[in-house]
Design a protein around this ligand. Structure first.
Ligand code: FES
Length: 103
């Protein structure tokens, strides 16, 4: 069963084309805004633990700021290199709050 927790306020989310870092219950989350649609991904890059939330958006991917691995914001799958991925957490907006399910 989904367990929704507040990640941040709607006023805090990044502008379209940008990302930010947030933390909830000890889990670091990368929040991405692709054309006004928000996504929540694991903030820790599987390559060398780079902070995805300090990277940037290209197309529908978040680019890791350290060595430019690219992760699709919907699937978490790496566009480069293949077979790598990060977790994508369900996200929803409720009133002025952004909620995620990190279970
Ligand atoms: S740490 Fe993310 S690409 Fe290397």
């Amino acid at each position: 069963m989904a367990e929704w927790v507040r990640l941040c306020g709607l006023a805090e989310v990044p502008a379209p084309g940008r990302v930010m870092e947030a933390e909830v219950d000890g889990v670091q989350v990368c929040v991405a805004n692709v054309n006004g649609v928000l996504s929540a991904l694991d903030n820790i890059c599987p390559h060398r633990q780079g902070p995805l939330g300090q990277g940037w958006v290209e197309g529908e991917a978040v680019i890791c700021p350290w060595h430019s691995w690219a992760f699709n914001v919907k699937t978490g799958l790496a566009e480069f290199p293949a077979h790598e991925r990060v977790e994508v957490f369900p996200l929803r907006v409720e009133g002025e709050d952004v909620l995620v399910d990190i279970e």
